[in-house]
Write a protein that binds this ligand. Structure first.
Ligand SMILES: Nc1nc2c(ncn2[C@@H]2O[C@H](COP(=O)(O)OP(=O)(O)O)[C@@H](O)[C@H]2O)c(=O)[nH]1
Ligand SMILES: [Mg+2]
Length: 265
């Protein structure tokens, strides 16, 4: 029997780099050139024949993801990647927002996706964070949601990836290195204590694949299950089921806090 693919859920705020990472791992290029053909499949009489369209790419766009960068992720989207002798299914998700009301809808979409992939389970979660973003209220709230999606035992299967290291220039690098240190040692020390690994991503296919290699090692360490996945299997996917999940309950609390703050103002 073929080995099951490793499913990895990509979470994080909007513009933190989830889609970019998935597309790097899958070998997409932003120059319009096709760096890897494995993900491009055109139906033919001979089955699925991988082809690189070159200048006819645009005309054939309905058959594959276009190389131009997408405008924003509104639905959970899967990327299939082969690396280190394993198959990975990366599930890109719509970005978590400053507005808990929108996060309610995003959580719903993630839950439906988790139900759709069953009986396969999520093996790992990667949380993305732009290194220049300070951990203020909304950024912190989104990390709290990520922790509830995982559940404490599964945090050992999680990876916290900071992005944009390729554009951090030499003069400013010290400041960002300091911010990364502070994240790992102070602000997110609870995550670290729970076993979450940290990684600084410098935006290349090679580095994206390095992250996947890290995952193979992480998965050998822990057999924990994703908390949200367990909750979906137990209860279902209706909006009231989602509100019962730990992540759903947190979003409702964040909503209440938000609306009471408005009353005070
Ligand atoms: N240079 C650089 N650009 C990045 C990186 N991560 C994301 N971006 C860019 O930032 C923008 C938002 O990234 P995207 O992956 O769409 O964020 P998402 O909303 O989390 O999916 C896009 O224009 C990406 O090309 C990175 O590590 N380095
Ligand atoms: Mg996206």
């Amino acid at each position: 029997m073929p080995e099951e693919a490793i499913v990895i859920l990509l979470l994080g705020a909007t513009k933190s780099g989830k889609t970019n990472f998935a597309r790097r791992a899958a070998g997409y290029s932003y120059s319009g050139k096709c760096e890897s053909m494995s993900h491009i499949k055109l139906p033919t009489l001979l089955g699925y024949l991988p082809v690189c369209f070159g200048r006819w790419r645009r005309a054939a766009a309905p058959y594959y993801h276009r190389a131009d960068f997408p405008k924003g992720t509104t639905e959970c989207t899967e990327y299939s990647v082969k690396a280190h002798g394993k198959e990975f299914r990366l599930i890109d998700t719509p970005g978590l927002d400053e507005n808990p009301r929108l996060n309610r809808g995003i959580l719903q979409k993630i839950v439906v996706k988790l139900d759709e992939i069953r009986p396969q389970e999520v093996g790992g979660v990667i949380y993305f964070h732009t290194i220049s973003t300070r951990l203020t209220g909304p950024a912190r709230s989104n990390i709290d949601i990520f922790e509830k999606v995982c559940g404490e035992p599964f945090l050992r299967n999680a990876l916290f990836v900071t992005t944009m290291w390729d554009v951090v220039s030499a003069p400013g690098r010290g400041k960002f290195l300091g911010m990364a240190e502070e994240l790992e040692r102070k602000q997110l020390k609870n995550l670290k204590a729970s076993g979450t690994s940290f990684y600084r991503f410098s935006n290349s296919e090679e580095k994206a694949k390095e992250v996947l290699r890290l995952y193979i090692a992480i998965l050998h360490k822990s057999k924990a299950r994703l908390q949200l996945g367990e909750e979906v299997a137990r209860w279902g996917t209706s909006p009231s089921d989602v509100q019962k999940t730990e992540a759903g309950k947190l979003i409702e609390r964040q909503l209440k806090r938000g609306s009471s703050a408005c009353i005070i103002i």
